[in-house]
Structure formats: C-alpha cells, structure tokens
Design a protein around this ligand. Structure first.
Ligand code: F6R
Length: 612
C-alpha cells in the first residue's frame, strides 16, 4: 500500500507531485505529504492527515512550495495512526534529508533503539522514520548520499520503495526498491519515480521497471541505475500503451461505476484476440499435452476477489480437465507446506501484480520447483515479471478499490486457460469446447444487457440499503459467485454480509435468519435450480426477505416466490457467473451510494496490498 512519487525536472515539482498522488490515492488515502527542494528555501515539506484535498488546500495546489525537485507520498497506515506526524515525507533530524517509503521495515525497532542511544530524536511512530534517521547518521559519517543509502540498505530488513532528496543535492533524487513496486519514468521536462505508472501517464509513457536491490539516481537530464555494489546497470525502457483517459473518471460519478460499465469491452479485449480459427491461442504460455498429462497438481493462488475467481474456476476446471484443482488463499499458501513439485502448475491471479501475499506464494512455488503462471492486469508488475509465464487480462487501469472489471477479465481468461488445458488433455466433454467459445464471444453483448438494468438496480439499492446483515446463498457456481457479490457489498457499503453454500445453511447459519433478514438467493445454475428454489422456500418460511438472481429461463418460477428478482440472460452454464456478478456489483454500488459511503475509497482499504 502507499503510493510514492518523485520528480527531478526543469519545472515546478509540487503541482506535478500532487497530480501524480491524485492518481495513486487508491493505494492509500489516510494522509499525504510532499517535500520539495529549492535553492532559496532548501527542503520544505508539507503533510496533511486525511484525503489529498487537505494537502492541496494546505499548499494552495502546490504553489506554496517552489523548486524543481521533490518527492510525495499518499499513505495507508501500518505503523502509527494516520496523523500529520506519521505522514510522509519523514525528515532527518538535521533537516537535510527527506524520504518517502512504501513497504515495511521489519527490524525498525532494533535500529531505532540504537539510534535513540546515539541521541537521535524521533517525531513519529513509523518504521519509515528510522530509515531517514539512519540515513542522516550515515550521511554525516561518510559525506556521500549514495554511499549512505548503500549502508542503510545493507542494514534494513523488509520491503521498500524509497524516494529520497537531500538539501545538499540540488538536482538529484535517489530511489531504491525491494519487494515494493517502483518505476522510472522518462519525461520531457524531467524524470520520475513512481509506485504506479498511472501516476505519471500524463507526462510520459516511457518507463523502466526497477528490480529488487537496485538504486537509481534521477536528475532532470538522466536516470542512472546501480546494483547494491553501485555498479552501473543498463535499464531496458518500455512504452506503456494505456490510454490516459482510461485512468480518469470522464464525467462518471465514481470510478467503480465507470469500471462496471467498461466490463463488456474489457472482456471482449481479453477474449477475442485469444480465439483464432475456433481455437484458444494463448500468448506467452504454452504446454505440451504430455506436460499437462504429467501435472501432479494444479494450484490457483490469489487474494480477495482474485481468489474468488479461483473458486469459480475450481468448479469449471475440474469439469473440463477431470483433474483436482486446488484453490488457495495466497496468505495461507506458503505457511501450509504446499505439495508443489516440478510437475505442479501454480497459477497466481492478481490485478495489481504487486500483492505481497500473492508474490510470496509465487516465490514459494518457484522455490519448490513448480511451474508458475501469472494472470495479471498491470503490465510489467512484479508478479508478471517473476512468474515463469504471464498472460495479461486486458482490463486497462482499474482505479476503484473494489475490483469489478479486473475480476470479470480474470474470470474469462481463466475460462480460456481451462479450455486450453482441457483440450490438450482431451477431457473437454463433446461439443463443450465450441459451445463455451461461442458463449464467450456472445458474452460482451449479454453483459451489456445486464447493464441495461441500471434503473432496476438503483431501485433495489434504495429498497434494501438499510439492512444490517445480508446472506448470499447459492450452490456450486452460484455459491462461488456469491462470495464475490458478498465481498463487493460489504467492502463498499460496510453492511455485514456472508456468502453461504445453500446446503450448509441448515448446519448452523439458518439460526440467524429472522423476520426481515435479507437473503440474496442465487439461482442461475441450471443443474441445481430446483434445489435453489427449495432453499428460497426454507428461508422465506423463517421470515427472510428474498432478493433472487436468476436467468430468463427461470424468471417466472422465481418471480412467483421471491420478494424481488433480478434476471440475467441465459448463457453457457460455466459462463453464467460472468453475467450474474454484474447486477450484483451494481446492487452493491447503489446500496453504498444510498448509505453515503465513499465508494471508490472505502474505509481501511487500499487497492494494492503490498504488506502482509
Ligand atoms: C476486492 C478487491 C481485493 C483484491 C485483492 C487482490 O474488491 O479488489 O479483494 O481482489 O486485494 O488484489 P490483486 O488482484 O491486485 O492481487
């Protein structure tokens, strides 16, 4: 979490830093700060608790801080509550060095005690301040910033992306990274560092990705990168082809709403280039039939919504591949002694490609000798670069903290990968391969039909927004879809919500159903529709208010029994979750809107979870 940015240029830095931070606020938004160096004033820093608007106000849009060199930070608190003191940048005791940090310094307490013994005073509760004070200490000893940075990096443990400026260095900022993302940007009026490409897209599309252990010295004219022994390195430049407008709201009230609406097109972009002459053609990943046959295990590993994609896939892939598929939470994977060996395929799904737990799972899988495949949205992200192979979801930038289009593109891409593997094994049931591809081709139009129900969803949002507790129930793929629908609702509306496999209700949870409890009953899975109906009857008999989701085929039957019904088009059964999830995203959106929640930036959350 947290976003950092730095600029060394020929124009005023502060407005550029603020603009960049505004693009990264999704990474953390409990406080923000910038530090700028000028010949007249030396180092000047301003920080403000709360949203970035507070910092904009405090600095009059950056006008109060002049100078062409600076760093900025938007925070998601880990060590120390969100307040002005704990906000970054942190400044060395002698006031000469300012530093911003994304990550966690694990041995900070021990270093802090040493520094306290040397008489250095601290002003915050953060792990980060320890780094800047240690840097100040070494700089005083050796007189060279680069040397001092090297010494600090050898002493600290944990994850970091740093941006550093020093009052004695009028033109240069220093950056370093380990296990937290950091890119270098090459602009016309100066050069950048940033946690995320969207922060600098307005100024440049030419970037390099910093690797673990690298240190960069960035000036207006040059970007020099070194390894930890300060040996110069040659960095490859890449061109980012994301559309700037894709990272802007463009008149929509919220990014989440815009991204929900973008789903048909995102799904089309992800699927259509990968179906050629009626066959799945995956870029960047291939296996032989023998390799697939020899697979001892298939793991799908991810967090949050990406994990929910894995749960849907388990049902689908086991049907297409006739093989066991294990879905694991990335945060559990590496502590569970996974049975990965050289014949295992480990698939990591991640929108950001930076989620720390997913990254750690990937490394564990590699350490155990497994073959790894990343399904990632952000091009050039750490997971994408470290996995043996990567296939990108082409969802474009996703800014809202609650994922929508990344989830949908992950789902269809995993459908394609499942078909590809099943085809190699010869296990896809007769006619299914073609039927699923046909269904995938029709999906964008059917998704548009789901989006046509915006008014109905708005109405349902206002009808049900004041419930305190919601249960999503369903079986099989409906259950898997319910996990995601429930997460969407709880994360943005703060309503307590649970997803239950309907059959489990009577093993305990049904005792929570009372007069008026809202149950969202998912009944889109044709093979189990009758059972879904029985569960609706069961909860209604106990007083539940039932909002049902079904398909056109079952509209009449469902409408007779549920209190309200959402209806989506029919499609191939394994693709049904790709349609069902859309009205449920809208439902969560409108409920949150009615409750006055901050939809794009829900409390306590951040988009990119780069801490454990
Ligand atoms: C929920 C959500 C999160 C992410 C999870 C993984 O709306 O967005 O649950 O799915 O944090 O993030 P990525 O996909 O970036 O690894």
């Amino acid at each position: 979490m947290c976003g950092i940015i730095g600029f060394a240029g020929r124009v005023e830095a502060a407005p550029i830093l603020l603009e960049g931070l505004s693009r990264m606020e999704y990474r953390g938004y409990d406080s923000a700060g910038i530090a700028v160096r000028s010949d007249n004033w030396g180092l000047q820093a301003k920080k403000a608790k709360g949203r970035l608007e507070a910092l904009y106000g405090l600095t009059h849009g950056g006008a109060d801080l002049d100078g062409p060199l600076g760093i900025g930070h938007t925070r998601w608190a880990t060590h120390g509550e969100p307040n002005d003191c704990n906000a970054h940048p942190h400044i060395s005791e002698d006031g000469r060095i300012a530093l911003v940090h994304n990550g966690i310094i694990e041995n900070y307490l021990e270093i802090k005690e040493n520094l306290l013994r040397k008489g250095i005073r601290f002003t915050s509760d953060t792990d980060t301040e320890v780094v800047v004070q240690l840097l100040g200490y070494h700089y005083q000893q050796c007189g060279s910033m680069l040397e001092a940075v090297g010494r600090v990096l050898r002493r600290i443990e944990g994850s970091y992306a740093f941006g550093i400026i020093c009052s004695d260095y009028p033109n240069a900022l220093i950056a370093a990274r380990k296990d937290s993302p950091l890119i270098l940007g090459y602009g016309e009026n100066g050069n950048f560092i940033a946690s995320d490409v969207t922060a600098i897209l307005k100024y440049t599309r030419d970037v390099s990705y910093m690797e673990d252990g690298e240190i960069a010295v960035v000036t207006a004219e040059s970007v020099d990168v070194f390894d930890q022994e300060l040996t110069p390195l040659d960095k490859k430049r890449c061109r980012v082809d994301w559309d700037v407008s894709a990272a802007e709201k463009g008149g929509y009230p919220h990014f989440m709403f815009k991204e929900i609406l973008e789903q048909p097109e995102a799904v089309r972009k992800t699927v259509s280039p990968r179906v050629q002459n009626g066959r799945v053609a995956l870029d960047g990943f291939s296996m032989t039939a023998e390799e697939v046959r020899n697979l001892s295990r298939i793991y799908i590993v991810a967090c949050g919504s990406a994990y929910h994609v894995g749960v849907v896939c388990k049902y689908i892939w086991e049907r297409l591949l006739r093989r066991p598929v294990e879905v694991c939470l990335a945060s559990e994977f590496r502590y569970s002694a996974p049975l990965v060996d050289r014949n295992s395929l480990v698939i990591i799904i991640s929108q950001s490609g930076e989620t720390l737990d997913s990254m750690a799972a990937l490394r564990e899988a590699k350490r155990l000798g497994g073959r790894t495949l990343a399904v990632v949205n952000v091009v050039g992200s750490s997971i994408a670069r470290e996995a043996d192979s990567v296939i990108y979801t082409w969802a474009g930038p996703e800014i809202a903290v609650a994922t929508t289009k990344a989830y949908s593109t992950q789902l269809v891409l995993m459908d394609l990968i499942g078909l590809y593997l099943g085809d190699l094994l010869g296990t896809v049931p007769g006619g299914e391969y073609e039927a699923i591809l046909k269904g995938l081709a029709e999906l964008p139009d059917k998704m548009r039909a789901c989006l046509d129900q915006i008014q109905e969803m708005q109405y349902l949002g206002s009808r049900y927004f004041n419930h305190d507790s919601v249960f999503f129930i369903g079986r099989n793929l409906d259950y898997a879809m319910g996990l995601e629908a429930s997460l969407k609702l709880k994360e943005i509306s703060y309503i307590h919500s649970e997803a239950y496999a309907s059959g489990e209700l009577k093993h305990g949870t049904i005792s929570l159903i009372e007069e008026g409890t809202l149950v969202v009953a998912l009944g889109t899975h044709a093979a189990l529709f009758d059972k879904a109906m029985s569960n609706v009857v069961e909860v209604k008999a106990r007083g539940a208010e039932v909002l049902a989701l079904t398909t056109e085929r079952y509209r009449e039957r469902m409408e007779k029994i549920a209190d309200a019904a959402i209806v989506v088009p029919d499609t191939h059964p394994i693709l049904q979750p790709s349609l069902g999830v859309i009205p449920l995203q809208l439902f969560a959106y409108y409920v949150a809107l009615q409750r006055g929640c901050d939809i794009d930036k829900p409390r306590n959350l951040a988009k990119s979870v780069t801490v454990e």
